[in-house]
Design a protein around this ligand. Structure first.
Ligand SMILES: [Zn+2]
Length: 395
């Protein structure tokens, strides 16, 4: 039907406005969808992630750790941006804890997580202490004693790394276990250094302690028990991918569980540290997936039934197909690929399709040992331990 000329002018704007309304509606709908997607977890599998995610993020904050993947991991995981993980971790840690937290509301009033500032006996420096009882999880407990702004996630990450040498922190902590910490503030992104941790475990009926000590003849400080035995194990030089390193910043499965767990062992060490083949090997491949792995090497060890991987290198000194002997220098450490600080990601996995990942500190073909405080430094070590003890007792 023809529209009468007098109506044409009135109809067309109406048509236009209808279109405009539809357009606006679609725009608003798409914006809301975007907002919704941004706020909700990207992957439903991650919604039940344990507190490990927060620890991983805290680690990232502390620039002590990296997330690596190699070609074995499922596609999609590799490109998960760290920011996305941050968002997920915050969302999930609240979610997973929420139930237990309600149950704890009454006890929150009685709980007395205390933070003191006490001048130390030595050169007037200030040592800080925390005394807390475990409730729900390590992260939850630490974040009740200090705020996120004060660095509770980083503190929790440091503690879990230290304690994981003694027991499985995801399974063995019990409500009411006590934790006493002495620490000091340090400049830089790491923010503080833990000087002493005393953990009283009800499950094992044991008191674990770790004392920070940097002797006069050692390059880097480390943690030792009351008898002067190092908390972390060391790999015997013959098998060690790096012989001299500052510390282990992550173990396989340390901070994340399940199929996306950390598969390697991270050795914190300056760029350019020589990297050695753990066993006699044939070089399988080099520099694959460089964006994530950085410069990298994979070795095949038929005799031991494993492959070893070395990631984030600054220099690769071998070629695929080449044979190397145990201990040969194959590369230099670096900070390439997806990493936050210079370190070597070292990985041992089975040659078969199961791709079982091994912890080098309890792998049957690798010998490891505990370092101890040198005899000539025992007196100084004991002095430090006494100082930490007195600060903890008087706070
Ligand atoms: Zn790693």
């Amino acid at each position: 039907m023809a529209i009468p000329p007098y109506l044409q002018d009135k109809l067309s704007p109406k048509k236009r406005s209808k279109g405009k309304v539809l357009f606006n509606f679609l725009l608003i709908a798409s914006l809301s969808l975007n907002v919704y997607l941004l706020q909700s977890p990207l992957n439903p599998d991650l919604t039940l992630a344990p507190e490990n995610w927060s620890i991983e993020v805290a680690e990232a904050e502390a620039t002590e750790i990296s997330q690596e993947t190699d070609s074995v991991q499922s596609p999609g995981q590799e490109d998960t941006p760290v920011q996305a993980v941050t968002a997920i971790s915050e969302a999930t840690s609240t979610e997973t804890d929420s139930e237990k937290i309600t149950e704890d509301v009454s006890s929150q009033l009685q709980a007395t997580p205390v933070s003191y500032t006490v001048p130390s006996a030595e050169n007037g420096e200030e040592l800080l202490t925390l005394h807390l009882k475990i409730r729900n999880s390590l992260t939850h407990s630490v974040c009740r004693a200090m705020t996120k702004e004060q660095g509770c996630l980083t503190m929790s990450a440091y503690l879990s790394r230290l304690l994981s040498w003694k027991f499985d922190i995801n399974k063995s902590m019990r409500k009411g276990d006590s934790l006493d910490i002495a620490y000091e503030m340090v400049p830089g992104k790491t923010r503080f250094r833990i000087l002493k941790v005393v953990y009283n475990s009800q499950l094992f009926n044991e008191v674990y302690e770790a004392n920070y000590f940097n002797g006069e003849n050692t390059k880097w400080g480390s943690y030792f028990d009351a008898e002067g035995r190092e908390i972390a194990k060391r790999v015997v030089d013959k098998f060690a991918p790096v012989k001299n390193y500052q510390e282990i910043t992550s173990l396989p499965g340390d901070f994340r569980k399940g199929p996306v767990g950390h598969k390697g062992t991270d050795f914190k060490t300056p760029i350019g540290t020589p990297v050695h083949a753990s066993f006699e090997a044939k070089v399988l491949r080099t520099n694959w997936n460089v964006r994530t792995n950085g410069y990298c090497v994979e070795l095949d060890h038929p005799r031991e039934g494993v492959k070893t991987l070395y990631l984030h290198l600054s220099r690769v000194l071998v070629k695929p197909g080449q044979y190397v002997k145990q201990g040969d220098k194959i590369a230099e450490t670096g900070n390439t690929g997806r990493t936050f600080a210079p370190h070597l990601h070292y990985e041992i996995k089975s040659r078969d399709q199961k791709k079982i990942v091994y912890n080098p500190f309890n792998f049957k073909h690798i010998k490891s040992y505990y370092n101890t405080v040198a005899l000539e430094e025992r007196e100084l070590f004991q002095k430090k331990v006494n100082l930490y003890d007195s600060v903890l007792q008087n706070s």
